[in-house]
Ligand binder design. Structure first.
Ligand SMILES: [Zn+2]
Length: 211
């Protein structure tokens, strides 16, 4: 059964492969030797955040893990296995945890945080976003002034709070702590703005970029 979506993607792939090979005949064969990326990128699965494109990265530069709302959860073997491989085998020296504006996953967790009963639905998505919803609920308790914010501002605060939360989660893992003892290893939190295409680094409470 023909599938228009797949056919379009395959057609574009053939054009891409032919164009690149014409420009550089060894381009694809060079990748057979292996990969040595310096950076692990943990980002959201959102289709509007094209990781390699937005930082103009070439194949082999970024080791990318993506899921809904860039979650780093110790009980999630999918993300943890990627982190293990990036830290222990590839030995990356930089980790970027990247959130983005208009994140549907964070919005969902925010809804669970503020609307009683939302978190009781038992689906893969609610289970995945439950820890974040609890963290956001805690943040609202600590910052009651957030309730006065416009919806858009509150959503932006949630996106930033999420990135900071996932950085803490990563720092708490034995994988990260062990790698950090062995070599220089830095984590940065970033936010990609869908409206402008700009990627910014989150600062900590001292205004420093390194979190
Ligand atoms: Zn998202």
């Amino acid at each position: 059964m023909p599938n228009a979506t797949l056919e379009l993607l395959l057609a574009r792939n053939r054009i891409h492969a032919a164009r690149v090979s014409r420009h550089d005949a060894e381009y694809f064969s060079r990748h057979e030797a292996g990969q040595a990326p310096r950076c692990l990128w943990i980002g959201c699965a959102d289709s509007r955040v094209p990781v390699d494109t937005l930082v103009q990265a070439s194949p082999g530069e970024l080791f990318v893990m993506r899921n809904v709302a860039n979650q780093v959860l110790a009980e999630d073997d999918s993300i943890m296995s990627g982190i293990e491989y990036a830290l222990n085998t590839l030995r990356v020296d930089t980790v970027i945890i990247c959130g983005h504006t208009h994140c549907g996953g964070v919005d969902f967790a925010g809804l669970m945080a503020v609307v009683p009963g939302e978190e009781k639905k038992d689906t893969p998505l609610t289970r995945q976003m439950f820890p974040l919803s609890q963290a956001l609920r805690q943040q609202i308790k600590q910052h009651p002034e957030w309730r006065q914010l416009s919806k858009d501002h509150l959503k932006r605060f949630f996106v930033e709070a999420n990135v900071r939360q996932q950085i803490v989660h990563l720092q708490q893992t034995s994988l990260f702590q062990s790698a950090k003892r062995q070599r220089p290893l830095e984590i940065f939190g970033c936010i990609y703005d869908l409206k402008t295409g700009i990627l910014d680094v989150l600062s900590d409470e001292n205004g420093e970029n390194t979190l």
